[in-house]
Design a protein around this ligand. Structure first.
Ligand SMILES: Cc1cc2nc3c(=O)[nH]c(=O)nc-3n(C[C@H](O)[C@H](O)[C@H](O)COP(=O)(O)O)c2cc1C
Length: 372
C-alpha cells in the first residue's frame, strides 16, 4: 500500500500534516491562496481581534544570524551567516474583523478541501471582553473557517487580560476556552505560551474548558542584542526596546521540551507542534513525541513569504521517510519516542568501578581539602 500524507486531526481531514502558523505569511488573502497552491495542508490566519491595533514604528521582525566557526551573532547580515532565530514585536492583525470575514469565505470557496483555521484573540477581564471571543468565533466559523485557534500566547500584549498574560493562568484559559466552545460549531484549538513554569497546568485548563487540541509553541520572550559599535539595541525605536518573541532554529529544542511535557501528560490529547521547523527532520521530532500536525512560521517567511520550497521538501521527505521504513501513514510512527523522555534520575549511571567523575575527573583541580 502506498504511503499517505493525509491525517485526521481534531476531527478534521488534512491532505498533509503541515500548516502555516499564524503570522505574516498568513495575513493576506493572496498569501493564503498561494500557500494552498504551494501545497500546505492547512493555514492558520494571522490572529484576528476586535481591538484597534497599532504596531511600533519601523521594522516588526528581523532575523538573528550566526557566523560559522565564530561566536559572532548579529542581525546585520554578512555573507556566509547561518540563521539563528527570528525576533519580532509584531502585534496581532491590524485588519478588522469585517476585512477578514469575506476573505475567509472566498479562500474556503477557492480551496474547499484545505483546512483554514481562524486564529482569534480578545481579552478576558470583563463579560464584554469574553463576548468578543464569541463574536470572533461565530463570525469566522459562519464564513467557513474549519477550526478556531485561540491565541493565549502572544508574548507582547500590553493588556493584562490578553495573550500570554492570560496564557499563564489556568483558570482564565479554561474560562476563555469554555466561552468559545459554548458557541463553536467547529474544533477549538488553544495555542499556549511556552513562557510558563509548567505548561501542563495551562494545557489542563484548556482541556477542562473543552479544547479539541493544544498548540505549542508561540515565540519565547526575549530582547535583541546590543550592537557593540553603536551601543544600541539591534531592534529599537528612539533607542528603546521591549520584550519580543524569539522563533526559528534557536527555539526548536526548547519547544520540543514543552511538547514532550504535554504529550506525556495527555497521551490521548491532540497536539500541533510549532517552533523551529524548517525541514522534515525537525518536524519528525514533534511527530515522534506524539503531535498530529505541525506548523511553520520563520522558515516560511524566509522562503518567498509563504514557504513553497519548505512545503515541497516537507511533503517529499515525509513520503520518502515512510516509504523507506514501510510506514503507511503518520499514525504508524506518531508518539514512538514519547516515553523515552524521562526524569534524569532514571538515566542509567556507569558501574561504580568504571565511574571516574567528581574530583577524580580529568581537568578538575584537586581541592586543598583533598590534599590533606
Ligand atoms: C512576525 C511574527 C508574527 C507572529 N504573529 C503571530 C500571531 O499573530 N498569532 C500567533 O498565534 N502567533 C504569531 N506568531 C508566532 C508564530 O505563529 C509561531 O508560533 C512562532 O514564530 C514559532 O514558530 P517558528 O519557529 O516556525 O517561527 C508570530 C511570529 C512571528 C515571527
Amino acid at each position: 500500500m502506498a504511503a499517505t500524507l493525509g491525517v485526521t486531526f481534531s476531527g478534521l481531514r488534512f491532505e498533509n500534516p503541515f500548516l502555516l502558523s499564524s503570522a505574516p505569511p498568513t495575513e493576506s488573502e493572496s498569501n493564503i491562496l498561494r500557500a494552498f497552491d504551494a501545497g500546505w495542508g492547512g493555514v492558520v490566519t494571522k490572529t484576528i481581534g476586535l481591538h484597534p491595533v497599532v504596531n511600533v514604528d519601523g521594522p516588526k521582525t528581523k532575523f538573528l544570524r550566526a557566523m560559522p566557526e565564530s561566536p559572532h551573532l548579529s542581525m546585520k547580515r554578512r555573507p556566509g551567516m547561518a540563521l539563528h532565530s527570528s525576533w519580532n514585536w509584531e502585534l496581532i492583525s491590524d485588519k478588522p474583523l469585517d476585512w477578514w470575514a469575506p476573505r475567509i469565505a472566498r479562500i474556503k470557496r477557492a480551496h474547499p478541501t484545505r483546512i483554514l483555521v481562524a486564529s482569534i484573540m480578545a481579552g478576558s477581564g470583563s463579560d464584554e471582553e469574553l463576548r468578543h471571543w464569541q463574536t470572533l468565533a461565530r463570525t469566522c466559523q459562519d464564513e467557513g473557517a474549519d477550526a478556531l485557534e485561540l491565541n493565549l500566547s502572544c508574548p507582547h500584549m500590553d493588556r493584562l487580560d490578553m495573550g500570554s498574560n492570560i496564557g499563564k493562568d489556568q483558570a482564565q484559559i479554561s474560562i476563555v476556552t469554555k466561552i468559545v466552545k459554548d458557541v463553536a460549531t467547529v474544533p477549538v484549538w488553544a495555542k499556549l505560551t511556552p513562557s510558563t513554569t509548567d505548561i501542563v497546568v495551562e494545557a489542563r485548563g484548556a482541556f477542562l474548558g473543552g479544547a479539541d487540541a493544544v498548540v505549542s509553541s508561540n515565540t519565547f520572550p526575549s530582547i535583541t542584542l546590543i550592537d557593540p559599535e553603536t551601543l544600541e539595541f539591534e531592534m529599537n525605536v528612539d533607542g528603546y526596546t521591549s520584550s519580543g518573541g524569539l522563533g526559528g532554529p534557536a527555539i526548536l529544542p526548547q519547544s520540543l521540551a514543552k511538547m514532550a511535557q504535554l504529550t506525556q501528560a495527555f497521551p490521548d490529547g491532540s497536539f500541533s507542534g510549532i517552533g523551529g521547523i524548517a525541514e522534515f527532520a525537525h518536524a519528525l521530532n514533534y511527530f515522534l513525541l506524539g503531535c498530529g500536525t505541525v506548523q511553520v512560521c520563520t522558515a516560511a517567511m524566509l522562503d518567498h513569504a509563504i514557504g513553497p520550497n519548505v512545503i515541497a521538501s516537507l511533503t517529499s521527505d515525509m513520503l520518502a521517510f515512510m516509504e523507506k521504513r514501510g510506514y503507511a501513514g503518520l499514525d504508524d510512527f506518531r508518539g514512538l519516542r514519547r516515553d523515552r523522555v524521562v526524569t534524569q534520575s532514571l538515566i542509567r549511571r556507569p558501574d561504580a568501578k568504571a565511574y571516574h567523575g567528581g574530583h577524580e575527573a580529568e581537568g578538575y583541580a584537586v581541592s586543598p581539602a583533598d590534599k590533606h
